[in-house]
Design a protein around this ligand. Sequence first.
Ligand code: ZN
Length: 199
Amino acid sequence: MANNNRQQAIQEIQRNARLRNICSSLGRDVKRIGKDIKTLCPFHDDHDPSLHIYENNDGDQYHCYACGAHGNVFEYVKRCLGVDFSGALSWLANYTGIHLPTAQQRRTRILAILNQKGPMTAQEVADELYNRGHTLSRERNHAAPRLTELKDAGLIEATGKKICQRTGRKVTVWAARKVNTTVSTGHPQGRFFAKHGYK
Ligand SMILES: [Zn+2]
């Protein structure tokens, strides 16, 4: 689904991203009890599911009746992953498959490549963008600035250095930050916090 307008893409993501699925993908058990959809709140030390999910055609919302945390899918992803709005937007675009315009779309594609292919250098990412028909040349600059932005957004990290075969220079290897995708059993809270370090 091509989308040239950022605001439209944001609204489309908000309408299509189901918060209960996102909670599961980020390691939470989601329970449906009657009309209520509940999960353990990731924003306080919760032992009896306090976070309620409200499904809505204009976008799902959550509200925690213990700590008062409240927001939409963007807020949830921002707080769970410790990223900014732009980082949450890239993550959700990748998650929902909804395309974003220009730089944002490029970041989303790069994130998808790193998720699929594992750690890569900027040049290798640029080669992959070219191979997939997203760019018209193998120019490293198609990837490098976007990798920096993804790092600043907290979605990728430098995992080491290697020698670039083309230039003979030592270059950074980038990898998508691991997100806990297993549905938690036992002590989800502990595992979640161990992984992401939130309070
Ligand atoms: Zn809470």
